[in-house]
Design a protein around this ligand. Structure first.
Ligand code: TRP
Length: 336
């Protein structure tokens, strides 16, 4: 049986944090290890530029950071093709073709795009760029260029996958059955909240624990996490249901630990500092193998480059195949 193609990726605008890890990376590693798929993972530098066009240095630097994060988490270049988006010109070409199949009103209604535009007032002011508004079209090109069937992403990406499916259906209807309609695959774990209780963990929100954070950094961040505000001293009976430390214990501690911590908190027998220290240690322990692998790749940048060069070369070959089919379907296969 032919292996299903997986296509997924991230914008290189910063190092990856535990929200990325639980939201999608862990799932990607599991799928890779199952041996049932042919996974591709892209570092979306072109997409990162849509909201960082004024900061190319930041995007460039983070291409390698994100590659190192992937490798440290267990993305294995022998099993998964890792590539750089801007080095596949076919995706830019497809974006132009697809742009005829999407209306401006539809892009403006895309919930993910809408939320992001609202968050990026500093950059866009009252008027958003053509490139940013259109990034779902380029994402459709990313996915379809590789005939991606499955897309393991966080739930914030669902509207983008839906938009891709619409483009595929429209393309196939007009030009004939050519493109593969992708399906999103969500991680069983739900999105992780930030240390401050915010629904989303993010760099700009300052509430994230990075996969590269040292034990000291993790401890410092956990110490600042929001707890039950009514709990002033240890003897006050606490409510773990409204405490971010308890929330994170559920993700990183054993079931027994969680039960003990919550029980003692409710009885006013465990102080927050002790509870936070225990959590920080558990997070640091869980991330230790990732941190160690990260240190290895940081010390061997030439290995990372080699992986990216080889992955990109292979990806280009695959994208060229799709491009041929698309041009044929669109009657652009002159002199063939
Ligand atoms: N939109 C994704 C993000 O913001 C990155 C991305 C670009 C992507 N192209 C993709 C994800 C294709 C999945 C499939 O991080």
């Amino acid at each position: 049986m032919e292996k299903k193609r997986i296509l997924t990726g991230d914008r290189p605008t910063g190092r990856l944090h535990i929200g990325h890890y639980f939201g999608s990376i862990k799932k990607r590693v599991e799928m890779q290890e199952s041996g049932l798929y042919d996974p591709y993972i892209l570092i979306a530098d072109v997409q990162a530029l849509t909201d960082n066009f004024n900061n190319p240095e930041k995007v460039r630097k983070n291409v390698r950071e994100v590659a190192i994060d992937y490798l440290s988490c267990g993305i294995d270049p022998k099993k998964t093709t890792i590539y750089i988006q801007s080095m596949i010109p076919e995706t830019a070409e497809l974006t132009v073709f697809y742009s005829n199949l999407v209306t401006i009103a539809r892009l403006e209604r895309n919930p993910t795009v809408k939320t992001e535009i609202a968050q990026k007032r500093d950059l866009f002011g009252e008027s958003v760029t053509y490139g940013f508004l259109g990034y779902p079209v380029s994402q459709a090109a990313d996915i379809t260029a590789f005939e991606g069937e499955l897309v393991p992403v966080g739930d914030d990406q669902l509207p983008l996958i839906e938009q891709t499916r619409e483009i595929v259906r429209k393309f196939n209807k007009i030009y004939g059955e050519t493109l593969v309609e992708p399906q999103a695959v969500l991680s069983s774990e739900k999105r992780i909240k930030g240390l401050d209780g915010n629904d989303k963990m993010g760099k700009s929100l300052g509430n994230a624990i990075y996969l590269s954070d040292s034990e000291e950094e993790i401890t410092k961040k956990v110490m600042s996490a929001i707890t039950d505000p009514n709990r002033i001293k240890k003897e006050t009976k606490g409510n773990p249901d409204i405490c971010m430390v308890a929330y994170y214990h559920k993700l990183f501690s054993t079931k027994e630990e969680v039960e003990e911590v919550c029980k003692e908190c409710r009885e006013g027998k465990r102080g927050c500092v002790q509870c936070k220290k225990q959590l920080a240690k558990n997070i640091a322990d869980e991330l230790k193998p990732i941190r160690e692998k990260r240190a290895y790749y940081e010390a061997h940048p030439e290995e990372v480059d080699k992986i990216l060069i080889e992955g990109t070369k292979k990806a280009r070959e695959t994208a060229k195949e799709t491009m041929k089919k698309v041009k044929k379907a669109m009657k652009l296969d002159y002199f063939e």
